[in-house]
Design a protein. Structure first.
Length: 290
C-alpha cells in the first residue's frame, strides 16, 4: 500500500505536470487533527482547472493514479443526474487499498466551496487564484446549538414518525418499518444526541458523519443505550428498539430542554408512547385500532 507521502507526491506531481490544473486543495479527515488516523482514510482532493470538459471528454487521464478496484463518477450517473457544470468528481478505490475522491472545479466554484469548508488546505496554487484559507479546523462541522423552534421541530418529527414504524410492524411490513426506524426516527434521535453532546462540550465538537464520534462525548450508559436501538430484522426486536429509542429520546431531550430553558412536549410523548404500546398489543387482523 502506498504511504501518505507517496500519494501526496503523486497527486501534486500530476497537477504540476498538467498545465490545465492550476491549484490543488485537500480536505476531509486527513486535514482534521481531531479525526483518528487509519489506513482507510480517503484522500479528498480538489483540482482547480481551467476547462473541466477537457478532462471529462476522455476519462483515461486518471489511470496514472494506479490500478483500480472500482471507480464511480457521480456527476455522470443516470440514477443521480446533476446540472452542475462547474465540478466533476472521480471516486477511485485502488488495488493497494488507497482511495482518492478527486473533484475537478472551476476557480469560482472552488473559492465558493472553500469558504464553507473549514477543513480545506491549499497544497498548490500556481496563479494565486484561491482566496487565502485559514488553518484547517473542524469548526464548520461542529454541532450547533438549536433554537427553540428547531428543538420543538425535532421533538415533533420524532414522535410523529414513530407511529409509522408501529403501523409497518403491525402490518408485517418489515422493510417499511425498518426504513422508518432507521431514517426519520433515527435521524431525529441522532440530532438530539448531537445537541446533547454539544451541551456537554460547550458546542466545540463534531460527532462526525452518522454520529461516528458520538461515543467520545456522551456517557458510557448513553452510548450503550444508543447501540441497543440497532435491531436485526426480527419483528419483536424492532419493537423493542423503537421503545428504546423513545425512552432514550425522552431522557436526552429533557436534559437539552433544561439546559436551554425550552419546553419538552410531555403530552405528545405520553400520548404517542401509549399509542405505540397499544399497537404492539393489537391483534393481527383487528378491524379497529381502538
Amino acid at each position: 500500500m502506498r504511504n501518505e507521502q507517496e500519494m501526496i507526491d503523486l497527486i501534486l506531481s500530476t497537477a504540476k505536470e498538467d498545465n490545465r490544473i492550476r491549484a490543488v486543495i485537500m480536505n476531509g479527515s486527513r486535514t482534521n487533527s481531531n479525526a483518528p488516523r487509519d489506513c482507510f482514510q480517503d484522500y479528498d482532493i480538489v483540482y482547480v482547472v481551467r476547462d473541466i470538459q477537457s478532462f471529462t471528454s476522455d476519462h483515461r487521464w486518471v489511470d496514472r493514479f494506479g490500478k483500480r478496484i472500482i471507480m464511480q463518477m457521480p456527476d455522470d450517473s443516470s440514477l443521480f443526474p446533476t446540472s452542475d457544470r462547474d465540478s466533476f468528481a472521480y471516486l477511485m478505490l485502488f488495488e493497494d487499498g488507497n482511495r482518492i475522491d478527486l473533484t475537478l472545479m472551476t476557480a469560482d466554484k472552488a473559492n465558493e466551496w472553500v469558504s464553507g469548508d473549514s477543513l480545506s488546505v491549499l497544497l498548490l496554487d500556481k496563479d494565486g487564484i484561491i482566496t487565502p484559507i485559514p488553518p484547517s479546523n473542524d469548526q464548520d462541522y461542529q454541532v450547533q446549538p438549536p433554537n427553540a423552534a428547531q428543538f420543538a421541530s425535532c421533538c415533533n418529527e420524532f414522535w410523529w414518525v414513530s407511529p409509522y414504524v408501529a403501523k409497518g410492524l403491525w402490518r408485517d411490513e418489515i422493510p417499511y418499518a425498518k426504513a422508518m426506524l432507521e431514517e426519520p426516527v433515527r435521524d431525529m434521535l441522532l440530532k438530539m444526541l448531537g445537541w446533547y453532546a454539544g451541551v456537554r462540550t460547550d458546542f466545540t465538537v463534531s460527532i462526525g458523519k452518522c454520529g461516528k464520534y458520538l461515543n467520545r462525548y456522551v456517557e458510557a450508559p448513553v452510548w450503550s443505550d444508543y447501540l441497543l436501538t440497532y435491531p436485526d430484522a426480527n419483528f419483536e426486536h424492532i419493537w423493542q428498539s423503537l421503545f428504546k429509542m423513545g425512552e432514550l429520546f425522552r431522557t436526552i431531550a429533557k436534559q437539552v430542554a433544561d439546559h436551554f430553558s425550552y419546553t419538552y412536549p410531555e403530552d405528545d410523548d405520553r400520548r404517542v408512547f401509549t399509542y405505540l404500546k397499544h399497537v404492539h398489543q393489537l391483534p393481527a387482523g383487528a378491524t379497529e385500532v381502538y
